[in-house]
Write a protein that binds this ligand. Structure first.
Ligand code: HEM
Length: 388
Protein backbone atom coordinates (compact mmCIF):
# COMPACT_ATOMS: atom_id res chain seq x y z
CA UNK A 1 0.00 0.00 0.00
CA UNK A 2 1.46 3.36 -0.93
CA UNK A 3 2.44 5.64 1.96
CA UNK A 4 1.52 9.31 1.78
CA UNK A 5 2.02 12.01 4.31
CA UNK A 6 -0.15 15.07 4.69
CA UNK A 7 -0.62 16.96 7.92
CA UNK A 8 -4.37 17.25 8.64
CA UNK A 9 -3.69 20.62 10.23
CA UNK A 10 -1.79 22.10 7.26
CA UNK A 11 -3.74 25.28 6.41
CA UNK A 12 -3.58 24.73 2.64
CA UNK A 13 -4.94 21.19 3.06
CA UNK A 14 -7.72 22.31 5.40
CA UNK A 15 -8.82 24.98 2.92
CA UNK A 16 -8.84 22.50 0.05
CA UNK A 17 -8.32 18.81 0.83
CA UNK A 18 -9.42 17.64 -2.63
CA UNK A 19 -6.05 17.83 -4.48
CA UNK A 20 -4.54 15.52 -1.84
CA UNK A 21 -7.42 13.07 -2.32
CA UNK A 22 -6.84 13.12 -6.08
CA UNK A 23 -3.17 12.32 -5.55
CA UNK A 24 -4.01 9.58 -3.05
CA UNK A 25 -6.59 7.98 -5.36
CA UNK A 26 -3.91 7.53 -8.03
CA UNK A 27 -2.33 4.96 -5.69
CA UNK A 28 -5.44 2.75 -5.90
CA UNK A 29 -8.44 2.02 -3.70
CA UNK A 30 -6.44 2.30 -0.47
CA UNK A 31 -3.36 4.22 0.68
CA UNK A 32 -1.54 4.46 4.00
CA UNK A 33 -1.88 7.91 5.56
CA UNK A 34 1.33 8.34 7.55
CA UNK A 35 0.04 11.17 9.72
CA UNK A 36 -2.82 8.99 11.01
CA UNK A 37 -0.79 5.76 10.76
CA UNK A 38 -3.85 4.23 9.16
CA UNK A 39 -4.96 2.69 5.86
CA UNK A 40 -7.56 4.84 4.11
CA UNK A 41 -10.23 3.88 1.58
CA UNK A 42 -10.15 6.64 -1.01
CA UNK A 43 -12.11 5.45 -4.08
CA UNK A 44 -15.92 5.41 -4.18
CA UNK A 45 -15.83 1.63 -4.63
CA UNK A 46 -13.60 1.03 -1.59
CA UNK A 47 -15.45 3.46 0.72
CA UNK A 48 -18.77 1.92 -0.30
CA UNK A 49 -17.42 -1.61 0.31
CA UNK A 50 -15.89 -0.88 3.73
CA UNK A 51 -18.98 0.92 5.05
CA UNK A 52 -21.20 -2.03 4.10
CA UNK A 53 -18.90 -4.82 5.24
CA UNK A 54 -20.28 -6.43 8.43
CA UNK A 55 -16.85 -7.83 9.25
CA UNK A 56 -16.01 -4.26 10.29
CA UNK A 57 -17.73 -1.77 12.54
CA UNK A 58 -17.56 1.29 14.75
CA UNK A 59 -17.29 -0.45 18.11
CA UNK A 60 -13.75 -1.02 19.32
CA UNK A 61 -12.91 -4.74 19.86
CA UNK A 62 -12.96 -5.24 23.65
CA UNK A 63 -9.35 -6.43 23.85
CA UNK A 64 -8.21 -3.16 22.26
CA UNK A 65 -10.42 -0.75 24.16
CA UNK A 66 -8.12 1.86 25.69
CA UNK A 67 -8.31 2.58 29.42
CA UNK A 68 -10.28 5.79 29.88
CA UNK A 69 -8.55 8.31 32.15
CA UNK A 70 -10.87 9.19 35.05
CA UNK A 71 -11.07 12.91 34.22
CA UNK A 72 -12.44 12.09 30.75
CA UNK A 73 -15.09 9.71 32.06
CA UNK A 74 -18.11 12.10 31.79
CA UNK A 75 -17.48 12.40 28.05
CA UNK A 76 -16.97 8.68 27.40
CA UNK A 77 -19.87 7.68 29.67
CA UNK A 78 -22.13 9.42 27.18
CA UNK A 79 -20.37 7.88 24.17
CA UNK A 80 -20.78 4.42 25.73
CA UNK A 81 -24.51 4.48 24.95
CA UNK A 82 -24.31 6.10 21.53
CA UNK A 83 -25.69 4.09 18.63
CA UNK A 84 -22.96 5.64 16.51
CA UNK A 85 -20.34 3.89 18.64
CA UNK A 86 -22.13 0.54 18.93
CA UNK A 87 -22.73 -2.54 16.81
CA UNK A 88 -25.65 -5.02 16.89
CA UNK A 89 -27.48 -6.05 18.98
CA UNK A 90 -27.38 -2.78 20.99
CA UNK A 91 -27.09 -0.67 17.84
CA UNK A 92 -30.13 -2.35 16.27
CA UNK A 93 -32.29 -1.77 19.36
CA UNK A 94 -31.34 1.91 19.82
CA UNK A 95 -31.59 2.74 16.14
CA UNK A 96 -34.97 1.01 15.76
CA UNK A 97 -36.41 3.05 18.63
CA UNK A 98 -35.21 6.31 17.07
CA UNK A 99 -36.41 5.34 13.61
CA UNK A 100 -39.85 4.55 15.01
CA UNK A 101 -40.06 8.09 16.36
CA UNK A 102 -38.41 9.56 13.26
CA UNK A 103 -40.82 8.45 10.55
CA UNK A 104 -40.98 10.06 7.12
CA UNK A 105 -44.42 11.40 8.13
CA UNK A 106 -42.97 13.13 11.21
CA UNK A 107 -40.20 14.63 9.09
CA UNK A 108 -42.45 15.80 6.24
CA UNK A 109 -44.81 17.38 8.78
CA UNK A 110 -41.96 19.70 9.84
CA UNK A 111 -41.88 21.45 6.43
CA UNK A 112 -44.29 24.31 7.28
CA UNK A 113 -42.50 25.22 10.51
CA UNK A 114 -39.04 25.04 8.90
CA UNK A 115 -40.32 27.35 6.15
CA UNK A 116 -41.72 29.79 8.72
CA UNK A 117 -38.47 29.69 10.70
CA UNK A 118 -36.47 30.57 7.56
CA UNK A 119 -38.76 33.52 6.83
CA UNK A 120 -38.53 34.76 10.42
CA UNK A 121 -34.72 34.65 10.32
CA UNK A 122 -34.59 36.45 6.95
CA UNK A 123 -36.92 39.15 8.31
CA UNK A 124 -34.14 39.95 10.78
CA UNK A 125 -31.29 40.16 8.22
CA UNK A 126 -29.53 43.53 8.56
CA UNK A 127 -29.07 45.99 5.67
CA UNK A 128 -25.28 45.97 5.99
CA UNK A 129 -23.05 42.91 5.26
CA UNK A 130 -23.48 40.12 7.85
CA UNK A 131 -22.42 36.57 8.63
CA UNK A 132 -24.93 34.19 7.07
CA UNK A 133 -23.65 31.32 9.20
CA UNK A 134 -24.72 32.84 12.52
CA UNK A 135 -27.78 34.59 11.09
CA UNK A 136 -29.19 31.61 9.16
CA UNK A 137 -27.13 28.44 8.62
CA UNK A 138 -26.77 27.78 12.36
CA UNK A 139 -30.20 28.65 13.71
CA UNK A 140 -32.19 26.73 11.05
CA UNK A 141 -30.83 23.25 11.99
CA UNK A 142 -30.38 23.98 15.72
CA UNK A 143 -33.91 25.26 16.24
CA UNK A 144 -35.39 22.54 14.02
CA UNK A 145 -33.77 19.67 15.94
CA UNK A 146 -34.55 21.34 19.29
CA UNK A 147 -38.22 21.61 18.27
CA UNK A 148 -38.33 18.04 17.00
CA UNK A 149 -36.93 16.73 20.25
CA UNK A 150 -39.04 19.11 22.30
CA UNK A 151 -36.15 20.96 23.94
CA UNK A 152 -36.93 24.62 24.71
CA UNK A 153 -35.69 26.89 21.95
CA UNK A 154 -34.32 29.42 24.41
CA UNK A 155 -31.69 26.80 25.28
CA UNK A 156 -30.46 26.75 21.64
CA UNK A 157 -27.33 28.74 22.51
CA UNK A 158 -26.42 26.30 25.28
CA UNK A 159 -27.01 23.35 22.97
CA UNK A 160 -24.74 24.90 20.36
CA UNK A 161 -22.01 25.59 22.92
CA UNK A 162 -22.15 22.11 24.49
CA UNK A 163 -22.28 20.42 21.15
CA UNK A 164 -19.33 22.38 19.72
CA UNK A 165 -17.25 21.55 22.79
CA UNK A 166 -18.10 17.85 22.56
CA UNK A 167 -17.46 17.34 18.85
CA UNK A 168 -14.09 19.11 19.21
CA UNK A 169 -12.91 15.82 20.75
CA UNK A 170 -12.77 14.32 17.26
CA UNK A 171 -10.26 16.76 15.86
CA UNK A 172 -6.71 15.82 14.96
CA UNK A 173 -5.21 18.37 17.33
CA UNK A 174 -6.67 17.60 20.75
CA UNK A 175 -5.37 19.63 23.70
CA UNK A 176 -6.03 19.45 27.43
CA UNK A 177 -8.20 22.56 27.12
CA UNK A 178 -10.31 20.88 24.45
CA UNK A 179 -10.68 17.79 26.66
CA UNK A 180 -11.58 19.84 29.74
CA UNK A 181 -14.17 21.83 27.79
CA UNK A 182 -15.68 18.63 26.34
CA UNK A 183 -15.90 17.02 29.77
CA UNK A 184 -17.56 20.11 31.28
CA UNK A 185 -19.99 20.30 28.35
CA UNK A 186 -20.80 16.58 28.66
CA UNK A 187 -21.64 16.98 32.34
CA UNK A 188 -23.78 20.10 31.75
CA UNK A 189 -25.53 18.61 28.73
CA UNK A 190 -26.24 15.38 30.56
CA UNK A 191 -27.58 17.19 33.67
CA UNK A 192 -29.79 19.34 31.49
CA UNK A 193 -31.17 16.34 29.58
CA UNK A 194 -31.74 14.33 32.79
CA UNK A 195 -33.75 17.22 34.28
CA UNK A 196 -35.63 17.80 31.06
CA UNK A 197 -36.53 14.12 30.68
CA UNK A 198 -37.98 14.21 34.23
CA UNK A 199 -40.14 17.18 33.23
CA UNK A 200 -41.38 15.35 30.15
CA UNK A 201 -42.06 12.21 32.18
CA UNK A 202 -44.49 14.23 34.29
CA UNK A 203 -46.01 16.15 31.38
CA UNK A 204 -45.58 14.32 28.08
CA UNK A 205 -45.85 16.40 24.92
CA UNK A 206 -46.07 15.70 21.22
CA UNK A 207 -42.29 15.47 20.71
CA UNK A 208 -39.50 12.96 20.19
CA UNK A 209 -38.36 12.92 23.83
CA UNK A 210 -41.87 11.98 24.97
CA UNK A 211 -42.03 9.23 22.32
CA UNK A 212 -38.70 7.83 23.49
CA UNK A 213 -39.80 8.02 27.15
CA UNK A 214 -42.98 6.12 26.25
CA UNK A 215 -40.80 3.44 24.62
CA UNK A 216 -38.66 3.28 27.76
CA UNK A 217 -41.70 3.00 30.01
CA UNK A 218 -43.24 0.24 27.91
CA UNK A 219 -40.24 -1.83 28.93
CA UNK A 220 -38.56 -1.68 25.55
CA UNK A 221 -35.22 -1.69 27.27
CA UNK A 222 -34.14 1.89 26.71
CA UNK A 223 -32.45 2.90 29.95
CA UNK A 224 -32.44 6.49 31.17
CA UNK A 225 -28.71 6.75 30.33
CA UNK A 226 -29.39 5.47 26.81
CA UNK A 227 -32.23 7.96 26.49
CA UNK A 228 -29.95 10.84 27.55
CA UNK A 229 -27.21 9.81 25.14
CA UNK A 230 -29.66 9.33 22.28
CA UNK A 231 -31.05 12.84 22.78
CA UNK A 232 -27.52 14.31 22.94
CA UNK A 233 -26.49 12.38 19.82
CA UNK A 234 -29.55 13.62 17.92
CA UNK A 235 -28.96 17.19 19.03
CA UNK A 236 -25.24 17.09 18.16
CA UNK A 237 -25.41 15.06 14.96
CA UNK A 238 -28.66 16.80 14.09
CA UNK A 239 -27.19 20.19 13.52
CA UNK A 240 -23.38 20.39 13.17
CA UNK A 241 -23.21 18.68 9.80
CA UNK A 242 -26.31 20.44 8.47
CA UNK A 243 -24.98 23.88 9.46
CA UNK A 244 -21.79 23.28 7.50
CA UNK A 245 -23.52 21.72 4.48
CA UNK A 246 -25.78 24.75 4.33
CA UNK A 247 -22.77 27.09 4.65
CA UNK A 248 -20.59 25.27 2.11
CA UNK A 249 -23.52 24.89 -0.28
CA UNK A 250 -24.54 28.56 -0.13
CA UNK A 251 -20.92 29.55 -0.78
CA UNK A 252 -20.79 27.31 -3.86
CA UNK A 253 -24.15 28.53 -5.18
CA UNK A 254 -23.10 32.17 -4.79
CA UNK A 255 -19.72 31.55 -6.42
CA UNK A 256 -21.37 29.73 -9.33
CA UNK A 257 -24.24 32.18 -9.49
CA UNK A 258 -26.72 29.32 -9.40
CA UNK A 259 -29.96 29.89 -7.53
CA UNK A 260 -32.55 27.33 -8.59
CA UNK A 261 -32.89 24.78 -5.80
CA UNK A 262 -34.10 21.40 -7.05
CA UNK A 263 -33.73 18.05 -5.26
CA UNK A 264 -30.85 17.18 -7.62
CA UNK A 265 -29.15 20.46 -6.78
CA UNK A 266 -29.42 19.67 -3.04
CA UNK A 267 -27.90 16.24 -3.68
CA UNK A 268 -25.04 17.84 -5.63
CA UNK A 269 -24.40 20.27 -2.75
CA UNK A 270 -24.19 17.28 -0.40
CA UNK A 271 -21.77 15.48 -2.77
CA UNK A 272 -19.60 18.36 -3.87
CA UNK A 273 -18.36 19.80 -0.58
CA UNK A 274 -19.54 17.73 2.39
CA UNK A 275 -18.82 18.65 6.01
CA UNK A 276 -17.62 15.27 7.30
CA UNK A 277 -14.69 13.72 5.50
CA UNK A 278 -13.36 10.89 7.61
CA UNK A 279 -15.01 8.03 9.51
CA UNK A 280 -13.15 4.97 10.73
CA UNK A 281 -14.04 1.30 11.04
CA UNK A 282 -12.51 -1.43 13.22
CA UNK A 283 -11.77 -4.73 11.52
CA UNK A 284 -13.32 -7.68 13.44
CA UNK A 285 -11.95 -10.62 11.45
CA UNK A 286 -9.21 -11.07 8.91
CA UNK A 287 -10.44 -9.82 5.53
CA UNK A 288 -9.14 -9.29 2.04
CA UNK A 289 -10.44 -6.36 0.00
CA UNK A 290 -9.03 -6.21 -3.51
CA UNK A 291 -5.28 -6.74 -3.10
CA UNK A 292 -5.24 -5.69 0.52
CA UNK A 293 -5.40 -7.82 3.61
CA UNK A 294 -6.58 -6.46 6.94
CA UNK A 295 -6.55 -8.25 10.27
CA UNK A 296 -8.66 -8.08 13.44
CA UNK A 297 -7.86 -4.93 15.35
CA UNK A 298 -6.85 -2.87 12.30
CA UNK A 299 -8.60 0.39 11.71
CA UNK A 300 -9.55 1.66 8.26
CA UNK A 301 -10.51 5.25 7.52
CA UNK A 302 -13.21 5.93 4.94
CA UNK A 303 -12.59 9.24 3.19
CA UNK A 304 -16.12 10.30 2.30
CA UNK A 305 -15.06 13.60 0.73
CA UNK A 306 -12.61 11.71 -1.52
CA UNK A 307 -15.14 9.06 -2.59
CA UNK A 308 -17.48 11.85 -3.70
CA UNK A 309 -14.82 13.22 -6.03
CA UNK A 310 -13.90 9.89 -7.64
CA UNK A 311 -13.81 10.43 -11.43
CA UNK A 312 -14.59 6.73 -11.95
CA UNK A 313 -18.19 7.39 -10.89
CA UNK A 314 -18.63 11.16 -11.20
CA UNK A 315 -17.33 12.58 -14.48
CA UNK A 316 -15.45 15.87 -13.98
CA UNK A 317 -16.00 15.48 -10.22
CA UNK A 318 -14.67 18.88 -9.10
CA UNK A 319 -17.32 20.62 -11.16
CA UNK A 320 -20.49 21.63 -9.34
CA UNK A 321 -23.21 20.29 -11.62
CA UNK A 322 -26.71 20.82 -10.21
CA UNK A 323 -28.10 18.39 -12.78
CA UNK A 324 -25.65 15.61 -12.10
CA UNK A 325 -26.89 12.03 -11.99
CA UNK A 326 -24.84 9.13 -10.71
CA UNK A 327 -24.62 6.82 -7.73
CA UNK A 328 -25.59 8.01 -4.29
CA UNK A 329 -22.82 10.08 -2.72
CA UNK A 330 -21.19 8.88 0.49
CA UNK A 331 -21.70 12.04 2.57
CA UNK A 332 -24.29 10.31 4.79
CA UNK A 333 -22.14 7.19 5.15
CA UNK A 334 -23.49 3.74 4.27
CA UNK A 335 -24.39 0.36 5.72
CA UNK A 336 -25.99 -0.01 9.14
CA UNK A 337 -24.80 3.39 10.40
CA UNK A 338 -26.19 5.30 7.42
CA UNK A 339 -27.26 8.71 8.73
CA UNK A 340 -30.59 8.53 10.54
CA UNK A 341 -31.12 12.22 9.86
CA UNK A 342 -30.55 12.20 6.08
CA UNK A 343 -34.24 12.84 5.18
CA UNK A 344 -34.42 15.70 7.70
CA UNK A 345 -31.12 17.20 6.51
CA UNK A 346 -32.27 17.07 2.85
CA UNK A 347 -35.59 18.72 3.77
CA UNK A 348 -33.87 21.48 5.77
CA UNK A 349 -31.37 22.18 2.97
CA UNK A 350 -34.05 22.31 0.30
CA UNK A 351 -36.33 24.65 2.25
CA UNK A 352 -33.56 26.85 3.67
CA UNK A 353 -31.93 27.43 0.27
CA UNK A 354 -35.23 27.81 -1.58
CA UNK A 355 -36.54 30.45 0.82
CA UNK A 356 -33.15 32.20 1.03
CA UNK A 357 -32.80 32.73 -2.72
CA UNK A 358 -36.48 33.54 -3.23
CA UNK A 359 -36.41 36.20 -0.50
CA UNK A 360 -32.88 37.52 -1.24
CA UNK A 361 -32.44 37.47 -5.03
CA UNK A 362 -29.50 39.91 -4.74
CA UNK A 363 -27.63 37.90 -2.13
CA UNK A 364 -23.89 38.10 -2.73
CA UNK A 365 -20.58 37.40 -1.05
CA UNK A 366 -18.88 40.45 0.45
CA UNK A 367 -15.65 38.72 1.55
CA UNK A 368 -13.90 35.53 0.44
CA UNK A 369 -15.06 32.78 2.83
CA UNK A 370 -12.51 30.48 4.45
CA UNK A 371 -12.80 27.07 6.08
CA UNK A 372 -12.20 26.48 9.77
CA UNK A 373 -8.84 25.07 10.70
CA UNK A 374 -10.23 21.68 11.71
CA UNK A 375 -10.23 18.65 9.46
CA UNK A 376 -12.98 16.80 11.36
CA UNK A 377 -15.48 19.46 10.27
CA UNK A 378 -15.00 20.85 6.81
CA UNK A 379 -17.01 24.00 7.32
CA UNK A 380 -16.66 27.75 6.98
CA UNK A 381 -15.72 30.06 9.83
CA UNK A 382 -17.83 32.89 8.43
CA UNK A 383 -19.91 33.54 5.34
CA UNK A 384 -20.06 37.30 4.91
CA UNK A 385 -22.85 38.37 2.54
CA UNK A 386 -25.09 41.27 1.73
CA UNK A 387 -28.76 40.64 1.08
CA UNK A 388 -29.66 43.91 -0.59
C1 HEM B 1 -26.05 17.22 5.86
C2 HEM B 1 -26.17 16.83 7.11
C3 HEM B 1 -25.63 15.53 7.66
C4 HEM B 1 -24.54 14.79 7.27
C5 HEM B 1 -23.56 15.10 6.14
C6 HEM B 1 -24.49 13.62 8.13
C7 HEM B 1 -23.55 12.61 8.02
C8 HEM B 1 -23.57 11.43 8.75
C9 HEM B 1 -22.67 10.33 8.55
C10 HEM B 1 -21.53 10.29 7.53
C11 HEM B 1 -23.00 9.34 9.41
C12 HEM B 1 -22.39 7.94 9.51
C13 HEM B 1 -21.10 7.86 10.26
C14 HEM B 1 -20.47 6.49 10.12
O1 HEM B 1 -20.94 5.65 9.35
O2 HEM B 1 -19.46 6.22 10.78
C15 HEM B 1 -24.13 9.83 10.20
C16 HEM B 1 -24.74 9.12 11.21
C17 HEM B 1 -25.73 9.65 12.00
N1 HEM B 1 -26.39 10.85 11.80
FE1 HEM B 1 -26.04 12.21 10.37
N2 HEM B 1 -25.53 13.68 9.03
C18 HEM B 1 -26.26 14.81 8.77
C19 HEM B 1 -27.40 15.22 9.43
C20 HEM B 1 -27.98 14.56 10.49
C21 HEM B 1 -29.20 14.96 11.16
C22 HEM B 1 -30.05 16.16 10.78
C23 HEM B 1 -29.40 14.05 12.18
C24 HEM B 1 -30.49 13.94 13.21
C25 HEM B 1 -31.57 14.56 13.25
C26 HEM B 1 -28.33 13.08 12.12
C27 HEM B 1 -28.20 12.01 12.97
C28 HEM B 1 -27.33 10.97 12.80
C29 HEM B 1 -27.27 9.81 13.69
C30 HEM B 1 -28.14 9.56 14.91
C31 HEM B 1 -26.27 8.97 13.18
C32 HEM B 1 -25.83 7.61 13.73
C33 HEM B 1 -26.51 6.50 12.98
C34 HEM B 1 -26.05 5.12 13.39
O3 HEM B 1 -24.98 4.97 14.00
O4 HEM B 1 -26.79 4.16 13.10
N3 HEM B 1 -27.50 13.42 11.08
N4 HEM B 1 -24.46 11.10 9.77
Amino acid sequence: MQHLSQSPTDPAFVQNPYPFYDRARLAGDFFWWDDYAMPCAVSHKAVHAVLRDRRMGRECPPELAPAIPDPLRPFYDIEAHSMLELEPPRHTRLRALVLRAFTSRTIAALAPQITQLCHDLIDRFPDEPFDLLTAYAQPVPVITIARLLGVPEDRADDLLRWSNAMVAMYQARRTQEIEAAAVAASADFSDFMRGYIETRRRTPANDLISTLIAAEEQGEKLTTDELITTCILLLNAGHEATVHTLGNGTKTLLEQNFRTITDTCVEEIIRHDPPLHMFTRWVYEDVQIGNHRFKRGDQIACLLGAANRDPAVYPDPARFDPERSGPQNTSFGGGIHFCVGAPLARLELKIALDVLFARCPDLQLTAPPSYGDVYHFHGLTRLMVSAS
